[in-house]
Design a binder for this molecule. Structure first.
Ligand code: DGT
Ligand code: CA
Ligand code: CA
Ligand code: ZN
Length: 574
């Protein structure tokens, strides 16, 4: 849990510095380190013990000292000092759409406001309009921002929930009384936001398992404590349910607690029609106690005349009917992915070199990667000027496939400017293997303006991929106003590939949009958007793709290199 705590602290430092409007470089340095620590697979304590902290990308002497401080005292002095200056609640206020750091500080300094509730009361009472440059309209914007923030905070983004669940599972797995263990619920179905964590354990001796669970160090509050079910609130504010069943009922319980409720209702209906009864202990004859299936999910589905249905599909969106008809698609899986086409290096706001990213991708078993740094206008993210990009193209072309064991392509994540034109000339784009066009600025346009902007970019023959098409940050920023169906139609008409950005805070396009894209025959690129070697994982993206029933045929980076190159050239007519 050290890593998660440090990630939070460094992110809070970045937030507080941003609140103070300190230099973007400083803010970004802390964010980068937070991200690097968050993606480590080893505890920082172990790394510190080996004296290898400074080998973590982005960590120099002063950050290493802060980590030591934390390991010694559970605190970082610099963080505490910042918190003493500005209440942490202001971070939430500054993040509201319609507020921002300057206004948040002003509101705090002049009205003493530091929480959402206080801000809401002040806005409703018309007290915000007494401040300089604030009016009735800005009060309305603030109220809208508050409503949006409340709506989002009720569920936890999967990128935050999953690591918590993994820690919990690892701790429980170590108990001698635990036989099988699995996550269940919406987390197993890979939904992008999670209501609560569900963990299922089998054991012949549940009491010690439940005791260990409710006493674990990250539990804040125990809501229920019984032999088959316990519920707690974790220190992170997220609720977790643990259920313990006997080993012979594992499959039935896993099927039941994975849900969704709608999927289970559909499955139960089939059981009833076959004269059977299904619950968390097994599949039984309706007229007696005879158990037909219980140990594995496979045997339960099989007894109901279906193949096993992948958890990501269990939303009652036609999967039961497809399974019964023998028409379940073979969903894309990690092993189908041959490369990653979206990543940043230290040429813009990443922390590795092109060769380092390539080697890390090679270690994942990939055949190719594409380096896609930010374009010139994105100054705060180290956007690359055209002449530098020319030099990078030459450098990447000189990287040897033989030596690295992986093909390195060169592209760019090029900004879509406010009018839909691109941040590099066509000549330069033509010299790249691909261009991902993304919106990174001027989010507040009307739907028709934004749609026209994006569509114009897609009509450029050198725009290979539309990056993170809706711009959402799960739990932090709503998608911008965009007619997604018009964008999907345009993608189909122009042969533009749509991105499924696999960064856990984005997952953009989301499942529902991906289903519509698939129905329109649009190709999808699943890209990590990694900013360091550790960020190359695509697991959340693949889970999301599976929720949309995507197969390897729908995914452009499941193609072998030769076919990929052809696919990338298709839109250019070459
Ligand atoms: P969440 O937590 O809101 O993200 O969504 P889930 O799907 O994880 O829902 P949760 O945690 O309430 O329950 C986990 C699963 O357990 C759910 O998907 C289906 C099953 N389940 C829970 N309560 C009931 C119930 O009252 N009836 C049925 N049929 N299934 C239930
Ligand atoms: Ca749940
Ligand atoms: Ca639950
Ligand atoms: Zn981007």
């Amino acid at each position: 849990m050290n890593n998660q705590a440090l990630e939070t602290i460094f992110n809070e430092i970045a937030d507080l510095l941003e609140l103070k409007e300190e230099s973007g470089f400083r803010v970004n340095a802390y964010r980068r380190v937070a991200r690097a620590i968050g993606s480590l697979t080893e505890d920082v304590q172990a790394i510190a013990d080996r004296g290898a902290l400074e080998e973590i990308p982005g960590i120099g002497k002063s950050l290493a000292e802060k980590i030591f401080e934390f390991l010694d005292s559970d605190k970082v002095d610099f963080h505490e000092k910042l918190l003493a200056e500005l209440p942490v609640g202001l971070i939430t206020l500054a993040r509201l759409s319609g507020v921002g750091p300057k206004t948040a500080r002003l509101i705090h300094a002049s009205l003493g406001i530091s929480t959402l509730d206080e801000l809401e009361a002040a806005a409703r009472a018309g007290r915000l309009r007494t401040l300089p440059r604030m009016g009735k309209k800005s009060e309305e914007n603030v109220l809208r921002g508050i409503e949006q923030a409340r709506r989002q905070s009720a569920r936890t983004p999967i990128g935050i929930a999953r690591p918590m669940a993994d820690d919990l599972v690892a701790a429980l797995r170590a108990l001698p009384q635990v036989r099988q263990i699995s996550v269940a619920g919406s987390l197993r179905r890979m939904r992008d936001r999670i209501g609560d964590l569900d963990v299922l354990v089998t054991s012949d001796d549940p009491d010690p398992v439940m005791d260990a669970f409710v006493r674990s160090p990250w539990v804040l509050d125990v809501l229920a404590h019984g032999p088959s079910k316990s519920s707690v609130t974790l220190r992170t504010g997220v609720q977790a349910d643990l259920r313990v069943v006997p080993p012979e009922a594992f499959g039935a319980a896993l099927q039941y607690f994975t849900g969704s409720k709608e999927h289970n209702a559909k499955v139960r209906e089939r059981a009833v029609r076959a004269g059977l009864r299904l619950n968390e202990y097994g599949l039984f004859r309706a007229d007696g106690e005879q158990r037909i299936a219980a140990a594995t999910e496979e045997e339960i589905y099989d007894a109901l005349g279906m193949p096993w249905i992948p958890p990501e599909m269990r939303e009652d969106l036609g999967e039961v009917e497809a399974a019964v008809a023998g028409a379940l698609p073979r969903l894309v899986e990690a092993g189908d992915i041959r490369g990653d086409l979206h990543m940043h290096t230290k040429w813009s706001d990443g922390s590795g070199s092109a060769a380092e990213m390539a080697r890390a991708a090679k270690a994942l078993g990939y055949e190719y990667v594409c380096i896609t740094d930010h374009s010139q206008s994105l100054k705060f993210a180290g956007g690359v000027p055209p002449e530098d990009l020319r030099a990078h193209i030459a450098e990447v072309r000189a990287l040897s496939n033989k030596k690295l064991g992986i093909e390195v392509l060169i592209g760019a994540e090029v900004d879509i400017l406010a009018d839909g034109s691109l941040d590099y000339d066509d000549d330069l784009l033509a010299a790249l293997d691909l261009a991902i066009a993304s919106v990174h600025s001027r989010f507040r346009m009307t739907e028709s303006e934004m749609t026209a902007r994006v569509v114009r970019a897609m009509r450029n023959p050198y725009v290979t991929i539309l990056g993170h098409p809706t711009g959402r940050l799960i739990g932090q920023r709503d998608p911008y106003a965009l007619d997604i169906d018009a964008v999907i139609r345009e993608a189909a008409a122009t042969g533009t590939i749509l991105e499924l950005n696999a960064a856990p805070e984005r997952l953009d396009l989301k499942d529902d949009h991906l289903r519509r894209a698939r129905a329109n025959g649009v190709q999808i690129e699943i890209g990590s958007d990694a900013h360091a070697a550790e960020g190359l994982a695509l697991n959340y993206g693949i889970g999301t793709a599976r929720r949309a029933w995507l197969t390897a045929e729908n995914v452009v980076n499941a193609l072998p290199l030769v076919k990929l190159r052809a696919a990338l050239r298709r839109k250019r007519g070459g």
